[in-house]
Design a binder for this molecule. Sequence first.
Ligand code: PGA
Length: 253
Amino acid sequence: MRLPLIAGNWKMYKTVAEAAEFVQGLKPAVEDVTGAEVVVCPSFVSLEAVARELAGSKIALGAQNMYWAEEGAFTGEVSPSMLKAVGCRFVILGHSERRQHFGETDQVVNRKVKAALAAGLIPIVCVGERLEERESGSTEKVVGTQLEFSLAGLASGELAGTVMAYEPVWAIGTGRTAGAQDAQQVNNYIRSRLAARAGWEAAQKVRILYGGSVKPDNIAGLMAQPDIDGALVGGASLQVDAFAAMIRNGCRS
Ligand code: PGA
């Protein structure tokens, strides 16, 4: 009932020309795919060129971050309406690299989530624990707190319109993936928290992705889990062949 979502997070990789070339290769490789929605998230500078390449295809465009204000004297920032105007449907918010390197707190993420929804963008809200938190058994406490504050004040309908991504920090870019069962357990916990907040029906609509070293050969096992509705992919989304293989292997039959 939930259409799987496979999102490529290109982080700070690819020039404009490389990003456009990637899409030219990806389009024919996945044009017959109907069992998953595909999103690519290039850097800000490549959004327009990628949007142009994506015109007429089913692949959607997403950004990796944004600021919450509509406009103003915020040097270096990009607004929700700028993302909308360039053709974005999605925006990744609260990625652990933003939290770790750029000081983003749950409160900052919350303001951004609200601004994204108000602008008609679908936020992909990232949560996840660090290694020491997993090892000390506090995964659910950490993820629960991130959820509570990142999504504070959202109405049930707004919650239903978000995408969540569980990304254990220790699995990002490390080649270490959470086991499918472990990821399922946390995704299920996220859904139960959403249900407590917004009701079962709204929670059932939310796509909850898994992210962290997802590869063509482990995506099917993850997607077989009932509460894993897609993947947020970093490293393996940078090569057309690997990303296309992942999209095919990630379709729910
Ligand atoms: P990875 O990154 O696939 O390279 O682990 C995932 C992410 O950061 O979203």
